[in-house]
Design a protein around this ligand. Structure first.
Ligand code: SF4
Length: 87
């Protein structure tokens, strides 16, 4: 995994270009934008990954598409088409 670029450790926490970063959240695991810095993991695109997952999946996540499709709730339209075929 690549290291976080331009990161510095300050008293407030880890910052990049003056932005204070929060570590990634569980849902970020597997995303290509995760970067390492001093044994913590951060997002290369967002200072606050947690906020990217509030109310849905992160729109920049690189690892969720297949998973989301697999977990998607049954699409009612497709389900009714499937049912129609069986008739
Ligand atoms: S892009 Fe989204 S999913 Fe990927 S590490 Fe950043 S916040 Fe997490």
């Amino acid at each position: 995994m690549a290291n976080l670029q331009n990161a510095t450790r300050t008293e407030a926490g880890v910052t990049v270009n003056g932005f204070l970063l929060s570590p990634i959240v569980e849902q970020c695991t597997g995303c290509d934008r995760v970067r390492d810095f001093e044994n913590e993991k951060f997002c290369s695109s967002y200072p606050n990954p947690q906020s990217k997952w509030v109310g849905g999946k992160c729109n920049f996540a690189t690892h969720t598409k297949a998973e989301v499709t697999a977990q998607a709730k049954v699409n009612p339209l497709k389900a009714s088409k499937r049912a129609a075929k069986g008739r």
